[in-house]
Design a protein around this ligand. Structure first.
Ligand code: B12
Ligand code: SF4
Length: 597
């Protein structure tokens, strides 16, 4: 018997959601389809008996966020891994990393495993390691090997081998440090027939943990059971920002229609599924097949969603009607831009702007609402292209618009273009982050507040002309040009928000916390400031009026919290230790002397 523990690092940066990020809501995620697929395939197709378990640290992170956990989350993750290893004695640990953002956790995860038992072979797979194998092997000393691309076949070969190290050395999809040094370039081993993967038993997950991704919120009041399916893998296109073809390839491989229908029926009958998430990369690659699947789904009386967006050019009246009959009440459309130049020459997407409006109209005819995904900020894109996109959005009548900033993710053409053109210089990025984290940060604001507490003349100046007073301490420049200081008193408590986006006084507070940018904070700070403050642990007397200030790109606010009692005669440096970031946003109070470490 061989034992393999899969670990999924959190998809998101825990710092953005924990430790005082009380208004933060963790984004929704769905069942870990890749792991379920590998478990199912390996159980059935390995010669050896394989015992597998899954530890999804997203569930741990979700629990910590729900508990408003404050403390060392890394220690919680580490302990969770150790506990699992104590009970399971895995010989192999396979870390599954879909996102660039997973990188920050992998090093620690594999180290915890190696420290627990140096004999454990630590493996990684998924989009990030597949594309960034060199960087990851170099930066994670406790990581033994990486699998390029889909893991079903390479893992089967590894687990069946008497000597796994020999497979790691020789198999075209595995790469370890020695072979990296010998310039080995790992290759994909695609699973050609998706019907070879047996139906999942879903035993390694609790479906209740993955029930929050559906996009059509008009149904959110109804009890539901979401489940996902990928009826195909791969996409023939090469949209500039997408890493998918480099992971699942450009040849589209499919499940048979009978198999799709049987799996969906089973999900409904055995697991009570009511919402099916169709997660294919390009569901309409074979339009006839797609239409047939929709026809079959219509008989099942479930809701169907396409969270990844569907190809606009595939939508006509017939497809819109099939959507409606199959229980699709809203569709996300992968439009990306309203400029033909951007679509065809920059993104390289086979879509023409003139097709967008008819698609939306066809959907509306059958009462199917439309979301649209837009990407801005691609190299080469100009203001005029964004203006075209804006006009297209106004003209086409979508129900919702989601706008994303282009991100050069590993494995995408955009990443390569950015490196080639010198837009990504890792050293420069490090310096920028270091500057905002260490040189510019809330300690600047704390210095301003401490001086205002200690020096009445400076306080007066600060309240009359914040920009000049703050500038006199050397803080200003970007986003610091128009700063207004707001003084808290027993009668008035000031609190700052940016209802439009995330305007923030960078020069004195550094980078904004994620909760400051989140929709719940931006709306609730205005609608229910007292309630939001309570969630931040601030209970103010009823007699204190709360004033909420809305930042803009031109005008940013710094709250001067009330000076705590018992600090008479303190130096400015000592006073500055009492001033927290949140107290200068107005979501916290200054620390009391007894709270200092
Ligand atoms: C579901 C999904 C999500 C979910 C998260 C995953 C989940 N389970 O909930 C959510 C909704 C949270 C999400 C969010 C985002 N996503 Co997403 N997402 C997907 C999607 C559609 C499906 C993943 C999946 O199940 N694939 C199917 C299975 C079979 O493949 P797989 O997971 O890759 O696993 C296989 C191999 O990778 C490998 N493998 C995986 N793990 C391991 C481990 C070992 C040990 C081995 C040997 C092999 C191995 O074997 C598996 C079986 O073949 C993919 C697209 C895709 N088709 O993969 C995009 C994708 C992963 N997402 C992407 C993007 C861009 C995003 C967002 C940035 C979107 C946005 N603009 O907000 C955010 C980023 C989140 C963040 N961290 O900031 C990109 C890549 C991102 C990246 N490299 O950073 C992808 C590839 C889509 C694309 N078109 O580019 N996403
Ligand atoms: S964005 Fe969609 S259509 Fe474009 S390459 Fe990626 S999966 Fe294919």
């Amino acid at each position: 018997m061989k034992k393999l523990l899969f670990i999924i690092p959190p998809y998101f940066n825990a710092d953005d959601y924990l430790n005082k990020s009380r208004a933060a809501v963790l984004p929704a995620f769905t069942m870990p389809y890749g792991i379920l697929s590998m478990e199912s395939y390996l159980s059935a197709r390995c010669r050896s008996t394989i015992d597998m378990q899954l530890l999804d640290l997203n569930i741990t992170l979700q629990k910590l966020v729900d508990q408003r956990f404050e403390g060392e989350y890394a220690a919680v993750f580490a302990e969770e891994i150790r506990t699992r290893l104590r009970g399971f004695s895995a010989q192999f640990v396979g870390v599954s990393a879909l996102f660039n953002s997973s990188n920050r956790y992998i090093q620690d995860i594999v180290k915890v495993c190696k420290d627990f038992d140096p004999a454990i072979i630590t493996l990684a797979g998924g989009g990030l390691p597949s594309a960034a194998y060199k960087l990851m092997l170099e930066s994670c000393p406790a990581l033994d090997a990486i699998c390029k691309g889909e893991g079903e076949l390479p893992l089967r070969d590894l687990l069946d081998a008497d000597d796994p190290w020999e497979i790691i050395r020789k198999h075209k999809s595995w790469i370890a440090r020695d072979e990296l040094a010998a310039n080995k370039v790992p290759q994909h081993t695609f699973l050609e027939n998706l019907d070879d993967i047996p139906p999942f038993d879903f035993k390694s997950i609790n479906l209740d943990h993955y029930n929050n991704r559906s996009i059509d919120k008009q149904h959110s009041w109804r009890p539901k059971r979401e489940m996902a399916i990928h009826t195909s893998r791969g996409c023939p296109f090469l949209c500039v920002f997408c890493s998918n073809p480099s992971l699942h390839g450009r040849d589209v491989r499919t499940m048979s229609i009978e198999r799709v229908v049987a799996d969906v029926r089973r999900m409904k009958e055995e697991f009570g599924m009511t919402v099916l998430l169709l997660e294919d990369d390009h569901f309409f690659n074979d339009k006839d097949r797609a239409k047939q699947i929709l026809r079959e789904l219509a008989a099942l009386e479930i809701r169907v969603e396409f969270p990844n967006g569907v190809a606009v050019y595939a939508i006509d009246d017939e497809v819109a009607e099939l959507f409606a009959k199959a229980g699709v009440s809203a569709v996300a459309l992968a439009v990306e831009s309203g400029s033909d130049h951007v679509l065809n020459n920059i993104i390289r997407k086979p879509l023409k702007k003139r097709l967008i409006r008819p698609a939306v109209e066809a959907l509306r005819k059958f009462n199917v609402r439309s979301h649209v995904f837009i990407v801005i900020g691609l190299p080469g894109e100009q203001d005029e292209h964004r203006a075209e996109t804006m006009q297209m959005l106004l003209d086409c009548g979508f129900d919702w618009v989601h706008v994303y900033l282009a991100m050069p993710i590993f494995g995408s053409r955009l990443y390569d273009i950015c490196v080639e053109k010198g837009y990504i210089d890792p050293a420069a990025l490090d310096e920028l982050i270091e500057t905002y984290e260490k040189k510019i940060g809330p300690h600047n604001g704390a210095q301003v507040v401490a001086k205002a507490w200690a020096d009445p003349g400076f306080r007066q100046w600060l309240l009359e002309d914040g920009t000049a007073a703050i500038g006199s301490l050397g803080f200003g420049g970007r986003s610091g040009n128009h700063l207004v200081a707001l003084e808290n008193t027993p009668a008035v408590h000031n609190m700052v928000v940016c209802t439009l986006c995330s305007c923030y006084p960078w020069a004195v507070l550094g980078l904004p916390p994620l909760w400051y940018k989140s929709a719940p904070y931006r709306s609730r700070a205005v609608a229910d400031p007292r309630g939001v403050l309570r969630e931040f642990g601030v209970a103010l007397p009823k007699s204190t009026e709360i004033q909420v200030w809305d930042s803009t790109a031109e005008l940013r606010y710094l709250v001067v919290p009330m000076r705590p009692a018992g600090t008479e005669g303190w130096s400015e440096d000592k006073l500055a230790d009492l001033v927290t970031r949140d107290s200068m946003i107005g979501t916290g109070l200054a620390r009391r002397p007894e709270e200092l470490p």
